[in-house]
Ligand binder design. Structure first.
Ligand code: FAD
Ligand code: NAG
Ligand code: NAG
Ligand code: NAG
Ligand code: NAG
Ligand code: NAG
Ligand code: NAG
Ligand code: NAG
Length: 590
């Protein structure tokens, strides 16, 4: 990184790179352009809470670190893999790799499990920000945006820290931490701002940007409603941050649409500090971009208003099976791929994790018995077919009625004792490094490319696909909002995740794992022609990310982004208009 002629009071330090292209860089701690302590203190006075200057959470484990504290270290180690703990703090992430700087030559991390007594083993700040704004007011966001803009600072936004691309962390950054925006308000008659007189009100819940799905589900269930939301162990995924900005899928999506299809209004602070409302009638272009354009590119969300739906009983179906031969495994996947369209059309949605020779189903249909008259026979036909395949062993097959989504969710994702089949309460990793990828596999591949797709899927040892497309997801016009048009034609979202051992891995080992994820996803992409990828579960080497995440919507999104954020304040790696920026979004070559 070259930062030659530094110019006081300009918004960007401009230098010439060896090849002659102009380079502009954000201003990091230690750079001459970085604001003085006095300037930072003056800024801090306008915030509702003092600025937090965090060290990585494991700094307390390093005897040479000023914050060393053996008891605090024990607590950190005990909670290391606890997703709730990690989601509650500004300086921790679900995946430890995002707290570290990892490139082809260097690992700068703060690993409490290494040899902390070795003077060479220090706790690096990594991608943990130097300053955290504990946001409780809109003015905190406005002041921070203006301050970061004036001093050309690197700015990140963190809600829960679940993103697989880790863009809620950043080397040398100041952070807007939205976790404490905790309002939840219901309406039976919500009318968007600016709607024509006489517009019919809707049943909605409006949540602050820091509320998570567990909180929303509990609040909604009390009112006998359901909502389309993220499904993860403990419910720690945020309901008002990256999830709605990237699309948001749910086991309920085939019935009620994607998360973005259920948003009726949002409030947002724009890069220029203006606090605005976006809906179908007020700022419709912004509303278009916010629904899928990806966080935080189009502003800082402060609230989201979602539709709620009347709760109804559901029927869940669980399968645990294993195969005793490669032929059996391939035949099982063939039948599963073939059954995909009919099962979705018959009203089933769900998950189909598989690992080594095991294959699981966790499916859900509305109604008890299922409202769709074909649900039972379609699934039964699939079970009967696979039970005839030599080498396929069915270990468990249960169909169970639940009073509603909430009971199903609590028993399978919150209570570790009541789940059936795949154990989701331990299935979601936290406190480990991660390399992930997603492939949104179109319906056409399930229908017309069955054998090749089945073969590509069996090449993976371990995957976590979501059967969450078709139905209501396929209905909206792909132009209606920015969300990836690939969602409208997909049936399953295949996610792949690999990890490594932070204590022992070298930069080359990590690169190998990351490339492995790309190689594995490429194997599926090679047969799933026209597949897109879900930005919220994406990989760092996603090829042609603009097309993968936004398809034909990209040019419109980029034009809008350039107008909205001319100073590139809210740029993230692989985000809209990130072309030319390095992977850490510190320097741009133009
Ligand atoms: C265990 C687990 C389960 C998951 N389950 C699902 C699922 O069922 N369905 C699904 O669709 N996805 C799921 N995901 C993926 C999830 O959608 C993404 O991880 C998402 O980015 C999380 O958003 P967040 O706000 O919680 O996390 P963060 O990492 O805090 O934020 C994610 C992104 O949004 C930005 N951002 C955060 N808050 C704001 C804000 N207020 N304004 C503007 N930008 C903001 C951040 O800068 C970052 O780029 C899951 C992920 C995990 C790890
Ligand atoms: C890797 O990161 C270190 C620490 O930030 C940096 O000094 C080095 O230049 C980086 N190397 C590469 C190849 O990017
Ligand atoms: C952030 O603000 C909240 C809400 O006022 C407060 O309860 C909390 O203690 C603050 N957190 C930190 C780490 O300062
Ligand atoms: C279909 O219904 C029958 C009769 O109620 C039941 O025994 C069977 O388990 C159901 N099949 C599935 C796959 O749910
Ligand atoms: C899920 O795994 C946890 C941790 O191993 C275990 O305590 C729990 O009993 C398991 N749940 C079920 C239903 O088997
Ligand atoms: C699959 O192929 C058939 C026959 O060519 C065609 O009618 C159908 O539309 C294809 N399905 C999809 C989803 O493209
Ligand atoms: C990483 O490797 C070390 C050394 O082999 C081992 O002690 C440790 O348990 C491993 N950690 C994990 C999380 O697997
Ligand atoms: C790459 O992935 C394959 C298949 O999952 C696995 O067997 C192998 O160990 C992985 N290698 C690395 C370096 O991650």
């Amino acid at each position: 990184m070259l930062q030659l002629p530094y110019l006081v009071l300009t918004l960007a330090a401009v230098a010439l790179s060896p090849v002659g292209a102009a380079v502009t860089c954000k201003c990091l701690p230690g750079d001459p352009c970085f604001p003085s302590q006095g300037t930072i203190s003056a800024f801090e006075k306008n915030l509702a809470h003092p600025l937090i200057n965090p060290r990585p959470v494991a700094a307390v484990c390093f005897p040479q670190d000023p914050s060393f504290n053996a008891a605090a270290c024990d607590a950190v180690k005990k909670n290391w893999n606890n997703g709730v703990f990690r989601a509650s703090l500004p300086n921790t992430y679900q995946f430890t790799s995002w707290e570290s700087i990892i490139n082809t030559t260097t690992i700068e991390q703060c690993d409490p499990f290494g040899n902390v007594n070795d003077p060479a083993d220090v706790c690096f700040q990594g991608r943990v920000p130097w300053g955290v704004v504990n946001v409780t007011k809109v003015s905190d966001i406005q002041n921070t945006l203006l301050f970061a803009s004036k001093h050309n600072l690197k700015l990140v936004v963190k809600n829960t820290g679940h993103e697989t691309l880790g863009r809620s962390a950043g080397q040398g950054s100041i952070m807007l931490w939205t976790h404490n925006l905790q309002d939840i308000d219901f309406s039976d008659n919500f009318v968007p701002k600016g709607a024509p007189h006489g517009t019919q009100g809707a049943s909605t819940v409006t949540i602050g940007a820091g509320v998570n799905w567990a909180q929303v589900y509990d609040a909604v269930a009390v009112r006998d409603k359901v909502i389309v939301g993220g499904i993860g162990a403990g419910g720690t995924v945020g309901a008002g941050g990256g999830w709605p900005m990237g699309g948001g899928h749910s086991i309920l999506s085939p019935f009620y649409g994607l998360g973005v299809d259920n948003i009726v209004e949002e409030t947002v602070v724009l890069p220029n500090g203006n606090f605005v409302t976006a809906n179908k009638y007020t700022n419709p272009d912004l509303f278009w971009a916010l629904r899928g354009g990806g966080g935080p590119s189009f502003g800082i969300l402060t609230s989201v208003t979602y539709l709620t739906h009347p709760s109804e009983p559901v029927t869940a179906a669980f399968l645990v099976s294993h195969t005793t031969s490669d032929e059996g495994r391939l035949a099982l996947f063939n039948e599963w791929v073939k059954a995909h369209p009919a099962l979705l059309d018959a009203g089933w949605a769900g998950f189909w994790p598989y690992k080594d020779n095991q294959f699981f189903l966790t499916l859900m249909a509305l109604g008890n018995p299922p409202t769709n008259p074909k649900a039972n026979s379609t699934l039964q036909t699939f079970y009967d077919t696979i039970s005839q395949i030599p080498g396929v062993v069915i270990d468990l097959e249960v169909t169970k009625p639940y009073t509603g989504f909430q009971q199903w969710y609590d028993e399978n994702f919150i209570d570790s004792q009541k789940g059936i089949g795949f154990n989701y309460t331990v299935g979601d990793f936290s406190g480990v490094p991660l390399a992930a990828a997603s492939v949104l596999i179109p319906r056409s591949n399930f229908e017309n490319n069955t054998e090749a797709l089945a073969k590509a899927l069996t090449a993976l040892d371990d995957a976590r696909p979501f059967l969450i497309g078709g139905g209501a997801v396929s209905k909206p016009d792909p132009d209606e909002m920015a969300v990836n048009p690939a969602f409208r034609v997909m049936l399953s979202d295949l996610t792949i995740a690999l990890s490594w051992n932070s204590t022992t891995a070298t930069p080359q080992d990590i690169l190998a794992v990351r490339k492995n994820v790309t190689r594995l996803a490429d194997g599926v992409r090679a047969v799933a022609t026209d597949a897109g990828a879900y930005i919220n579960e994406a990989e760092i080497f996603e090829p042609n990310f603009q097309k993968s995440y936004w398809g034909d919507n990209y040019p419109r999104l980029r034009d809008f982004k350039r107008k909205l954020d001319p100073k590139d304040l809210l740029i993230v790696h692989q985000g809209v208009n990130s072309e030319g920026w390095d992977d850490e979004v510190i320097c741009k070559t133009v």
